[in-house]
Write a protein that binds this ligand. Structure first.
Ligand SMILES: [Zn+2]
Length: 90
């Protein structure tokens, strides 16, 4: 179940998304950076935004709403991509 910020942080922590490491794009790597800003995931983020927009959301979607039930599948897809593909190949 993904019902709030706490679970979200826990989910990311389990996948070893550190809050302290530097991202390959040069920014501080944390969940918010990866989801909202990181240039490594622009394409995947745009796919997520498109799907969320179709469900009535407006980007940027607050972290607390990213774990809404009606976004669950789409968000997991995005997070899985972020945590699987650590960064796009140069
Ligand atoms: Zn980055």
């Amino acid at each position: 179940m993904f019902t709030g910020h706490g679970n979200f942080q826990e989910y990311l922590a389990k996948r070893q998304l550190s809050d302290t490491a530097n991202c390959s794009c040069g920014e501080i790597k944390n969940p918010a950076h990866l989801i909202y800003n990181c240039i490594n995931y622009t394409r995947d983020r745009e796919i997520f935004i498109m799907k969320a927009t179709l469900k009535g959301y407006t980007w940027p979607i607050p972290i607390a709403q990213l774990t809404n039930k009606d976004l669950h599948d789409e968000f997991i897809t995005l997070i899985t991509t972020i945590t699987t593909i650590k960064e796009n190949a140069p």
